[in-house]
Design a protein around this ligand. Structure first.
Ligand SMILES: [Ca+2]
Ligand SMILES: [Ca+2]
Length: 279
């Protein structure tokens, strides 16, 4: 009997391990990044405007204002310098109701009115921080972060929409916040987003970001003031939870604990029964 219970326990442990490894992969990917949103109206990275306050190193901002409007099918350098990084493709537009920080200059776009294909942003050095002003945010907007070919984390603008809708000041995120286009596109939010490589894992970095729009030209992925940092010591903004992945992880962990506890209880009961028989 004792052997049988050991086998049962081992089988349950194996099932628990399978459940853990099988179901937590997306959650682990999400946990690799600490994602935050700044207050409504913020359009630049706090790590760029005040690097010392965040221990931010090698901070570089690309504001796109130096580029002529149009579609760059063969891509362009990051902040005009390919020694830092390159965009595989992308469009540049003059500020309008959908984008352009401060309501002026130029901004970056994929999908409408340009190509539906994703754009890849590749850096020559590993990064621990990325931030950008995501304007006229819609649920097609997706991000994936890689370290070489390994997926570090993926992120959907739906998570931002859910976060914004939970805020008491949600309405302040909606509509263009700049005087030139004040309140236009009011059905869509505008938010500066920060992506920090795991604060508790200083070895985690990324060097490639894929921006995609679900391969759809039905909307645009409009953004500005892309900012990178090779490291940081303090984070900025309010955390955007990813409820499904977090709760499913905890659900699986609780399930695994449940299996283990039940197995131990059975073993204890059996030991007691055996002791009674021996007495
Ligand atoms: Ca700009
Ligand atoms: Ca959009």
């Amino acid at each position: 009997m004792q052997t049988h219970f050991k086998q049962t326990l081992a089988a349950k442990a194996a099932i628990s391990l399978l459940l853990l490894t099988g179901f937590t992969t997306p959650a682990l990917a999400a946990d690799n990044l600490y994602v935050t949103a700044e207050s409504p109206g913020i359009q630049q990275s706090s790590l760029y405007t005040n690097p010392n306050a965040f221990g931010a190193k090698n901070v570089i901002q690309d504001n796109f204002n130096y580029l002529a409007p149009g579609y760059y099918a063969n891509g362009m350098p990051f902040n005009g310098n390919s020694a830092i990084g390159v965009y595989s493709q992308g469009g540049i537009q003059s500020a309008n109701q959908y984008g352009g920080a401060s309501g002026s200059g130029r901004y970056f776009t994929i999908a409408a009115p340009f190509a539906a294909a994703p754009a890849t942003l590749t850096f020559t050095a590993p990064q621990r921080y990325f931030g950008f002003w995501l304007s006229a945010l819609d649920k097609n907007n997706q991000l994936a972060f890689y370290s070489n070919s390994t997926l570090v984390s993926s992120f959907s603008a739906q998570d931002v929409l859910d976060f914004i809708n939970r805020q008491p000041n949600a309405q302040q995120y909606f509509g263009n916040p700049n005087s030139n286009f004040w309140g236009r596109d009011k059905q869509e939010p505008f938010a500066y987003l920060n992506f920090f490589a795991a604060p508790n894992n200083p070895n985690l970095t990324f060097n490639r970001i894929v921006l995609s729009n679900n391969n759809s030209r039905s909307t645009g992925f409009e953004a500005d003031n892309f900012t990178i940092a090779s490291n940081y010591s303090n984070t900025s903004g309010r955390p955007i939870a990813v409820p499904f992945e977090v709760s499913s992880t905890w659900g699986i962990i609780m399930l695994a604990i449940g299996f283990a506890t039940r197995s131990l209880n059975i073993t204890d009961k059996q030991k007691k029964a055996k002791n009674l028989l021996q007495k």
